[in-house]
Design a protein around this ligand. Structure first.
Ligand code: HEC
Ligand code: HEC
Length: 279
């Protein structure tokens, strides 16, 4: 019952208005969605870490969606529909994202609008095919720490390795080798993961020190080049195991060192191996 026939007709009737921009999505809501939601959700382009939100407002009711978006933690264990979603998504918990009641209403409007007419919720996405050799070089320097990240986050190489980084040391084995991350995630998926990492460990590190759009673009250019110019430099078979082991090491280290600061995150870290299956 997502689109009763008469509302389809209404939609068709409204198309000329849409073309004139009268029903265009609120730019502030789009910006908010791109910054806080797009790394885990699309509206009509399939599930990511979380469900495709197309029709979610019809499915759950507006009040439910607004309440959930503003504070998922208050519903994930108690609300039957939220618990069922949590089960479907392998125990990955949508985090509380500091969304106000007004913002939740804006986002519900956006989801409703974009469930009917496709919206561009990718933000200022520049495909990596437009990158130049300079972008690749900058991305390499940002990756290895030769160039500092503007907002002060640790360079990628402290946790990741990637072929073609040209670094004297091999790079961290803390997290996944990123040589073929471009192939795994695709251009848009990589952009979303870099600009708002949904990964428990990396997200915590980058939440307060986000990459700028230019840095994310340069890093994508570098990872695209790494993916294309190198053969199999990683043992694909051992990747899941490596990822699991490094996740456990990271969990253990963070638990030991940052147990006070990260208390709220621990529960999200535990189901990580299941999230791995979804990525
Ligand atoms: C870190 C990933 C992540 C982020 C970021 C995120 N979500 Fe979610 N979302 C999920 C997951 C996973 C679920 C499924 C429930 C669960 O397991 O927690 C979900 C469920 C939902 C649902 C219920 C969908 C349904 O089918 O009923 C809505 C609505 C929703 N999210 C909206 C949002 C909005 C709006 C934002 C941005 C403010 C957002 N989410 C940010 C992961 C995320
Ligand atoms: C503090 C350690 C740390 C730093 C620094 C870090 N990452 Fe990560 N990254 C991780 C971990 C751990 C994961 C696996 C998911 C998780 O648990 O967060 C990950 C996952 C990823 C993924 C997803 C890989 C895949 O194939 O699913 C990408 C892409 C990525 N990181 C890119 C980067 C880039 C680019 C930088 C530098 C700007 C960076 N990371 C810096 C720890 C880090």
């Amino acid at each position: 019952m997502r689109h009763p026939r008469f509302s389809r007709l209404l939609l068709l009737a409204a198309l000329p208005l849409v073309a004139e921009g009268q029903a265009a999505p609120d730019p502030a809501a789009v910006e908010l969605f791109v910054a806080k939601c797009a790394s885990c959700h699309t509206v009509g382009k399939g599930p990511r870490v979380g469900p495709d939100l197309s029709g979610a407002v019809d499915r759950r009711g507006r009040a439910w969606v607004e309440k959930f978006v503003a504070a998922p933690s208050t519903m994930l264990d108690s609300d039957p529909q939220a618990r069922e979603l949590l089960r479907q998504f392998g125990g990955v918990r949508m985090p509380d994202l500091g969304i106000t009641v007004e913002q939740a209403a804006q986002l519900a409007d956006l989801v409703t609008l974009c469930s009917g007419t496709p919206c561009d919720l990718q933000g200022r996405f520049t495909p990596v095919t437009q990158a130049t050799a300079d972008h690749v070089a900058l991305g390499r320097d940002l990756f290895t720490g030769r160039a500092a990240l503007q907002n002060g986050a640790a360079s990628c190489i402290s946790c990741h390795a990637a072929a073609g980084s040209g670094a004297p040391i091999a790079g961290g084995s803390f997290a996944k080798d990123l040589t073929h991350a471009f192939a795994r995630l695709g251009d848009e998926g990589l952009d979303a993961s870099l600009r708002a990492p949904a990964f428990p460990v990396m997200g915590k590190v980058f939440a307060a020190r986000p990459l700028t759009a230019d840095e994310a673009f340069a890093l994508r250019a570098f990872l695209d080049a790494a993916n294309r110019t190198t053969g199999a430099t990683e043992s694909v078979a051992s990747l899941p195991l490596l990822a699991l082991v490094s996740a456990l090491v990271v969990l253990w280290v963070l638990n030991a060192i940052w147990s006070r600061r990260l208390r709220g995150v621990r529960s999200t870290l535990v189901p990580r191996p299941r999230q791995e299956n979804l990525s």
